[in-house]
Design a protein around this ligand. Sequence first.
Ligand code: FES
Length: 106
Amino acid sequence: MSIGEFSRVAGMDELPRGASLCVEVGGREILLCHTADGVFAVDNLCSHAQARLCEGKLKGQKILCPLHGAAFDVRDGRALSRPAIRPIASHKVKLDGESIMVALGD
Ligand code: FES
């Protein structure tokens, strides 16, 4: 798939509210997060030292890195606390019935 093109990555039945799920899109690991504000998609790798964020915890709109505890806002990927400084990429999500569709950003 190419940048900006939506593809189905999971069904809503696989992602209850408060849960996160790692999926692969175009050979890249993406973390889906179902928050009270909706479903969001961000890169699965922490910008600090590349830990897999799917092994961390989703708390509200924040994903907490399992390795050193940095927090990222899953709505836009910005880093909220050290040791991470750089954001993680966020990606477009749309729902098509019960299907979760993701289009890679950058
Ligand atoms: S690897 Fe995520 S905070 Fe260090």
